[in-house]
Structures are given as structure tokens and as C-alpha cells.
Write a protein that binds this ligand. Structure first.
Ligand code: NI
Length: 176
């Protein structure tokens, strides 16, 4: 097990469309990566983490949207996830992102989605998600398209955030 470094916006990998995992990539190494991503997510702590956030531009994500309802962890490890159906009904939630620290945005998402994915060994799974788990998975799947909360926000809010980050990075550099 290992903690992976999480990259922050702006970063080219976060803006890039991730590629599908190829059939020959399934197996122990991919299972290990999914475990490392889960450990990294819990350590952050976060409820979801997509591979581009650890600078790996492939269609992989982990999520645990158990959300306090009961204490049982509901860890999902998804490879090549796709939404195969979605509800007409939308819900809105104030989202945050490990790759966009201190940024909060209300985003409209489908209330319910059916997702199909493969596990690390290449076995296909399918499940219906609604409410908070549905929101989390749509957020993580946006990362696979190279989309972060910044892309979903207004131009004004985005440029204000970017100039704050630029200033912080300059300061951090000056301190080194
Ligand atoms: Ni995110």
C-alpha cells in the first residue's frame, strides 16, 4: 500500500480526457493501483478520487460515498466506468474537490444513474446509484473527461480562484 501525491489545478493532466484501460492492463498491478488510490482517498480525506488526480490519465476511479447513513464502508473501485442510463430529475449539491482546494460550487447532477464498470481483474459490474453516491460518481467521472469544478463555475469565480493560486505558488517558490 502506498499514498499517492494528489495534483492540484491548474495541471495539464487534470484538463486532459483520460484514456480507456486496455484489456492487457487488467490484473494485479491495476488492483494494486486501485488499493493505493483508495488509501490515498481515505487519507486525504475524501469521498472520491479519480486517476487523473494522481497524475494517471486513465479511466479509473475510487469512491466511498457511504455518507454517514450507516457506518458500513461502501468502497467502489471502478475501471472504464460508463453511465448507461440516467434520470430526468436533477439534484444540486455544494461540491468540493481534492484537486481544487478551498473551492466550493453548487452543481446540478442527475438524481439517479446506472453505472457499468470493470473491476481490477476485468469483471463487469452494474449498479444503480441515487442521491449523494450518484453525485460523487458523476463528479469523479467528470475528472475522466478532463473537467473539474473550475470548468463548471462562472468565468469570474474561476479567474478569481486562479489568481489566488498563482499568488500562493509564487509565495511558496520564494520561500524555497
Ligand atoms: Ni474532484
Amino acid at each position: 500500500m502506498a499514498l499517492l501525491p494528489i495534483i492540484e489545478a491548474p495541471h495539464p493532466t487534470l484538463s486532459k480526457k483520460a484514456r480507456e484501460v486496455n484489456p492487457d492492463e487488467f490484473g494485479p498491478a491495476l488492483v494494486q493501483l486501485l488499493d493505493d488510490m483508495a488509501e490515498t482517498m481515505y487519507d486525504a480525506p475524501g469521498v472520491g478520487l479519480a486517476a487523473p488526480q494522481v497524475d494517471d490519465s486513465r479511466r479509473i476511479l475510487v469512491a466511498d460515498p457511504s455518507n454517514n447513513d450507516d457506518n458500513a464502508p461502501t468502497l467502489y473501485k471502478m475501471v472504464n466506468p460508463t453511465i448507461i442510463s440516467k434520470s430526468a430529475e436533477l439534484i444540486s449539491y455544494e461540491e468540493s474537490c481534492l484537486s481544487v482546494p478551498e473551492f466550493y460550487l453548487n452543481v446540478k447532477r442527475f438524481q439517479e444513474i446506472t453505472v457499468e464498470w470493470k473491476d481490477g481483474m476485468g469483471i463487469t459490474h452494474r449498479e444503480v446509484f441515487s442521491g449523494f453516491p450518484s453525485i460523487v460518481l458523476q463528479h469523479e467521472m467528470d475528472h475522466l473527461e478532463g473537467i473539474t469544478l473550475l470548468d463548471k463555475s462562472s468565468k469570474f469565480k474561476r479567474s478569481r480562484y486562479m489568481s489566488k493560486v498563482k499568488k500562493q505558488r509564487k509565495k511558496a517558490k520564494a520561500r524555497k
